[in-house]
Design a protein around this ligand. Sequence first.
Ligand SMILES: [Zn+2]
Length: 124
Amino acid sequence: MDDFAELCERLKEERVRLNGELEQLEAAMRPSGERREGSPFGKREEEATEAFELEKSLALEKRLSQVLAEVERALEKFEAGTYGVCDLCGQQIEPARLEALPQASLCLECKARQTKNAGSKSAR
Ligand SMILES: [Zn+2]
């Protein structure tokens, strides 16, 4: 299916972009102790802000890594020739879905089922 060649390109670009963002994020999270010594005043507040920033960065890093893993998984499927096939039921994933989310590895039905299972069990 050559239709997927463009999606493959998009995934590769996405991988480069995500790797870049993760790198930047990791660089920003590195201990920055030597940047400013000798500021005894307001240090506590600074640390609190830093902790908060770090938490935000960690959450963002987690999300980026997750997307990156999905993108890499999709690229693996390209190599294996199974791109566009649902991981769970083996059906073709809807083209419109792949267009919107090239790293999708589940069809809409399986995704919906998975989301439901992962979510509130009491909702019936
Ligand atoms: Zn499926």
